[in-house]
Write a protein that binds this ligand. Structure first.
Ligand code: UT7
Length: 326
């Protein structure tokens, strides 16, 4: 792709309320020890009552626009990656557009679960690269605390709420050098919210069956995540024309520390190069990769000239990776 596309601004927001493992011990039969050793998670953020995905997205967007020194009126397009939209219709991107005050922007949601931010980034990149749009706001935002089953210990301990935003445009700062996306719909059953769509509309039975909550075959997803993320990472590195050892910082989807360890081992990258925040936030799905990128840049883990690798995996199944040069 000819014209450079990169990051004009970054911002994120996580809700104030912290839910610790110790507090979760009072909700389900679990232990801080199990959660930390099996996942690496110590705490997660939980949205306040009435605080929706679009509200988290709004705060992240405002921070990213301030960082980019742009106003909402400068935006040409808004892409919100989420698996927890405010409502099935209209898109959370349109709801956010109204709250943000960006009337001239085209707006739509991206449905690629935990890989959503990387998918959104690649979509936005195309619009900028071909000159259709100049400033695209790409967001990953989730309120997973309202779709997890708080009686299911195998899932409720894993997830958290948050939002991250990037304004992308024609710049060489954080230039996107290569991308790789993939999906495997034959494994859709491994991670899903079965009800609430047309296949199983909301009914008394669907509510009684707790079918509106997230269901996951954790062990299978774990194996697919390790394979999918490591392959995506290596493909993006190869397409960028660099060697794995040239990657300065890996910014992975933060679902489980053991998945991340296995991924970088397969990719031949030492764990010290990985930015980790899974201990503080748990799995924030689409928000995970972008919040980690914001923090990694803010903390100086990614500096001018560094190669950084974003890599994500989620329901669908979906996966994606990209190499950026900061
Ligand atoms: O964002 C992308 C999507 N998500 C993921 O990437 C998550 C992928 N999966 C995972 O991270 C892991 O599979 C889990 C963290 C979900 C589970 O870890 P695991 O090492 O695969 O454990 P397991 O499912 O094999 O369960 C081991 C045991 C079971 O007990 P038994 O059958 O061996 O007696 C579970 O019942 O741990 C039990 N268990 C728990 N114990 C205490 C499951 N959840 C809990 C819990 N507290 N919260």
């Amino acid at each position: 792709m000819s014209s450079p596309v990169g990051f004009l601004g970054l911002g994120f927001y996580v809700p104030e309320k912290i839910l610790t493992n110790a507090e979760l011990e009072k909700v389900v039969e679990t232990s801080d020890e199990w959660i930390r050793t099996r996942t690496g998670i110590s705490q997660r953020r939980i949205a306040a009552e009435g605080e929706n995905t679009s509200d988290l997205a709004l705060k992240a967007a405002q921070a990213a626009l301030a960082d980019a020194k742009l106003t909402p009126q400068d935006l040409d397009m808004i892409l919100v990656a989420t698996m927890t939209p405010d409502m099935p219709c209209p898109s959370t991107a349109c709801i956010l557009q109204a709250k943000l005050g960006a009337p001239q922007a085209a707006a739509m949601d991206v449905a690629a679960a935990c890989s959503g931010f990387v998918y959104g980034l690649v979509m936005g990149q195309q619009f900028v690269a071909c000159g259709t749009y100049r400033h695209v706001l790409v967001i990953g935002a989730e309120v997973l605390s309202r779709v997890v089953d708080w009686t299911d210990r195998s899932t409720c301990v894993l997830f958290g709420d948050g939002a991250g935003a990037a304004v992308i445009g024609p710049t060489t700062r954080g230039q996107i050098l290569s991308t790789h996306l993939g999906s495997d719909g034959t494994k859709a059953d491994l991670l899903k919210v079965p009800a609430g769509g047309v296949a199983q509309p909301a009914s008394v039975q669907s509510v009684e069956a707790r079918a509106h909550y997230l269901k996951m075959n954790g062990g299978e997803v774990f194996k697919c995540a390790v394979r999918g993320m490591s392959e995506a990472a290596l493909k993006a590195i190869e397409k960028a024309g660099i060697q794995p050892e040239q990657v300065k910082c890996v910014v992975p989807h933060q679902a489980n520390i053991r998945i991340i360890e296995a991924v970088v081992e397969r990719a031949g990258i030492p764990l010290e190069k990985v930015y980790l925040n899974v201990d503080r936030y748990g799995n924030m799905s689409a928000a995970s990769t972008i919040v980690a990128l914001c923090e990694a840049v803010k903390e100086g883990r990614i500096k001018k000239g560094d190669y950084a690798l974003l890599v994500a995996f989620g329901a669908g199944l979906t996966w994606g990776a990209c190499v950026v040069k900061w």
